[in-house]
Design a protein around this ligand. Structure first.
Ligand code: PMP
Length: 466
């Protein structure tokens, strides 16, 4: 954008900030109160990553509707950044929570439904063996430990632009000049040199993947089937078939992080596209948003994991946390797998997501803006570039952080929530045609408001990944 475009955008963004302040007096007051007791005024500092002048405080979230402290209702397309992908507080989960709360929350012993839940996990995601964690970050960390333990190999392989949670080994970037590993500059308090043990290659780059694997020292490739945290970047046709074959050829395990791509289809992307992973991680929505993550693996992996554990001295394995697999989580996970992870729910989500995608595409085409929409099942992203990106560098090259922030606040001020990281929209089974129509109407307004800005490609640098 030119300086005058940026000035225009800042001026209209200022108006949006004023509008938020005027229409959210209660949130503004709560933000001031919370400032006294919370770092950055919020229980988790990411909650300030929304583009509003103050944090939006939530009074209630039900289905696909969120109501803020000021009584304003929002069509929620953020859905807790996937945690509430099946809608907020689904009745089956609320019921299971109530029932189990009266029977014990956590015992360091399996509840009687453990075997049933294991069976449901296998049926839903296709892998036979399972372990539990409290978050996808934890699950990924634990799987990396298992992978290194059973292969006796030190190296990890990830894609540039990846995000797998607060997992130190993976919080790295690719040096665009050398292809080497760089510490991610934004990470706080990092003293370990992960460049020594993590390799990073561009997504969709088979030759780079092969070079990284060829040295024969990679324990596993940890990857999302599509990048979802650095812009939505889908795999090239045939990419995974070959990438999977390369992992096998070079003795590296394939760990598929389905935490976000579970939005693709019932059972996740890997199942729908037969990626045949050695390990799979699912968090966030697996138990409908209650803190829970699971990791599944093949019988072959299970055998090797048992051998590694039995061969190790007695003591801490570095894998697991006290509350993982607790009774409350197991009860809710069971309800979630029985009532939320269903073919009927996915059919609803995917149908409505395609309506939304088409609506956005039609409007973009009519406006002449060089933008696109990339969709993966129930998840889609509005991208301020004319083509679907192929890798993280492509996203960096086209990022327009000010336009993105404006879009988010503009929509929020008109009752539509997008995910604060990127312009991501998720459709839940509770989302209605009315919600979609509302988003599209606001998108029309957005395009009208941006008419003062010429439709030209971006040049500003990327600001962040989620
Ligand atoms: N894996 C992926 C693909 C994610 O997107 C995220 C979070 N955005 C995580 C893991 C970590 O999830 P959590 O923050 O719930 O640990």
């Amino acid at each position: 954008m030119t300086h005058s475009d940026t000035d225009t955008l800042r001026a209209i963004q200022h108006t949006e900030r004023e509008r938020f302040i005027a229409s959210h007096p209660r949130s503004m007051a709560l933000a001031r109160d919370a400032q006294q007791h919370y770092l950055f005024g919020v229980p988790l500092h990411w909650m300030r990553d929304w583009p509003s002048p103050a944090t939006l405080f939530v009074a209630q979230a039900q289905g696909a509707t969120l109501t803020c402290a000021d009584g304003v209702g929002y069509a929620d397309f953020c859905l807790g950044d996937t945690g509430a992908m099946f809608g907020h507080s689904p009745p089956a989960l609320a019921h299971a929570i109530g029932e189990q709360a009266a029977r014990g929350l956590t015992c360091m012993l399996p509840a009687t439904n453990a075997a049933v839940v294991g069976g449901l996990l296998s049926k839903t995601f296709g892998l036979p063996m399972w372990q539990m964690a409290l978050s996808a970050s934890d699950a990924n960390r634990f799987v990396l430990r298992w992978a290194r333990a059973i292969t006796a190999r030190p190296q990890l392989l990830v894609f540039d632009g990846c995000y797998h949670g607060a997992v130190d080994d993976t919080l790295v970037d690719m040096d665009p000049l050398t292809g080497g590993t760089l510490p991610r500059a934004s990470v706080l308090g990092q003293v370990h040199n992960h460049a020594a043990f993590t390799r990073v290659v561009p997504f969709n780059d088979l030759p780079a993947l092969e070079t990284a694997l060829k040295q024969g020292d990679v324990a596993c490739l940890l990857a999302e089937p599509a990048l979802t945290n650095f812009g939505l970047v889908p795999p090239d046709t045939g990419f995974w078939e070959q990438a999977r074959a390369l992992c096998r050829e070079h003795g590296a395990l394939f760990v598929c992080d389905e935490t976000h791509t579970v939005s693709t289809a019932l059972g996740g992307y890997a199942r729908a596209h037969r990626l045949d992973p050695d390990f799979m991680v699912v968090g966030k929505a697996v138990a409908g948003g209650l803190p829970c993550a699971v990791y599944g693996f093949t019988h072959d992996m299970a055998e090797r994991m048992v051998q590694a554990k039995n061969a190790a001295p007695e003591g801490h394995s570095g894998i697991g946390t006290t509350l993982a697999g607790n009774a409350l989580t197991l009860a809710v996970l069971q309800a979630s797998l029985e009532h939320l992870h269903t073919a009927a729910n996915y059919a609803k989500m995917l149908d409505l997501a395609s309506v939304l995608e088409q609506g956005l595409r039609d409007r973009i085409a009519a406006s002449g803006r060089p933008w696109t929409v990339t969709r993966l099942g129930a998840r889609m992203e509005l991208q301020f570039m004319s083509h679907t990106p192929r890798n993280a560098q492509d996203v960096r090259d086209h990022a327009q952080s000010e336009l993105e922030a404006f879009t988010h606040l503009f929509m929020l001020n008109r009752g539509v929530l997008l995910t604060p990281f990127h312009s991501m929209m998720l459709v839940s089974p509770a989302t209605t045609l009315n919600d979609v129509a509302q988003l599209l109407a606001v998108f029309d307004e957005l395009l009208a408001a941006l008419r003062a800005l010429p439709a030209r490609p971006a040049t500003a640098p990327a600001s962040r990944s989620a």
